[in-house]
Ligand binder design. Sequence first.
Ligand code: AHR
Length: 506
Amino acid sequence: MSSARAIINLDLPGPTISRHLYGHFAEHLGRCIYGGFWVGEDSEIPNEGGIRLDVVQALRALEIPNLRWPGGCFADDYHWRDGIGPRDQRPRMVNSHWGDVVEDNSFGSHEFLALCELLGAEPYVNGNVGSGTVREMGEWVEYLTRADDSPMASLRRTNGRDEPWRVPYFGIGNEPWGCGGNMRAEAYADLARQYATYVRNHGGNEVYRIAAGAHDDDVAWTRALMEALTPFGTPLARPGVFQGVSLHYYTTAGPWTDKGSATLFDDDDYWRTMAASRRIESILGAHMSVMDTYDPERLVGLVLDEWGTWWDVEPGTNPGFLYQQNTLRDALVASVHFDVFHAAAERLVMANIAQTVNVLQAMILTDPDSGALVLTPTYHVFAMNAGHQDATRLEAHLLAPDLVRRVAEEDVPTVSVSASSKDGAVLVSASNLDLTASVELTLDLRGGRLADLTGLVLTADRVDTSNDVDRPDAVAPQPLEVVVDGGVVRVDVPPHSFVTVRGTLA
Ligand code: AHR
């Protein structure tokens, strides 16, 4: 058994951890929309207007704050007018990025906004820069958000929706350096200014415009976007034409050509994954430091609108559908990311896991034949961490100098912790990445006392354990013993586990 101590100052509040750090992403990709969220009104699966109610219920329990749609790469191929009006008259298109399948557009703007209403989530609509026009983007926003009898508002009414929707987040293209148009940074930065100009605030709908950002450590792209907001090195003094800058970072166990299996991995694969996962800290740090140079007041938000694990697809499934299983390893990738997100809360305003159902690091997997639904280990991390949403970060200093694992050239800390308080309740999260040793974790609480302490642990005998239809709860939270000894709280954090401790301020 190893030991670690986390000093948590209950009376030193930090910034608010935006609930939007627990955001989601749903693309027209594989079985995320079709079969995942949408089964159509005639399905035997219980649905409301075609939207699966079991999926809605499971996600409502996570209090998901926002949902990004329709892509991803798909967004820059998507023409919103094809997805409105009677479903049997909607034009078809080829989804060339994802499986080269024919998309019938039966899930469009009205269906997406109805889904957000059912989920109680805020919509984040991603517009088309790569193959769309400025006018098309401007009219989409008018269609969705305008109240009067303007041409687009009237068209929306023709299609059965009187009241405008609230659309607080709008993306200006996606990955323009690749699938979104193969552009150079400065060329896209100018387009971002132009397109964002026409994403207007109609009535009371104030839009947070998100310029499509870099991937990984491409800070030159972020610099180009910041230059476009505030040229000539003048620090940004007021919000610019776009308010957020995005970033994408995926975790793999190897290079893109050899990402590895979701379920069949050895210890080396596991540690390479954990090293890649921890890298999110330096990657966020690098982009935030570029943003600080141009925008010391932090008027521009960093939006990590795609993150998560990306493995080889499950054998026998369509390679373009990105369907992968999800094990306890994925759960630990998520828990480590969240600790880093909390630490970056001053600048990081949103993060969206890719993707919610049936694609990449999903919360929910649905069986294509029986329709049965399975909650993944990652789902449980989101559930156990839900109390951090809109909570005040508490500084948690971890003293565990020896708890590192050397992976290639990197030292990977094997314990990770974060803490927050909200409405008189304190939530502490901790991950132990070690594959064999438990950690006796002491919570050294200063500046206050906690009562009514309870704990949860997410683990399994093996780190490659997953949930499926036959064993839906192989990885599910269990009660964890919390020992209170004077002012000190102690928990045993098992190998490869994620734990939470909750208490109320006494
Ligand atoms: O999430 C899958 C894809 O990954 C998205 O469509 C794209 O933006 C990224 O490359």
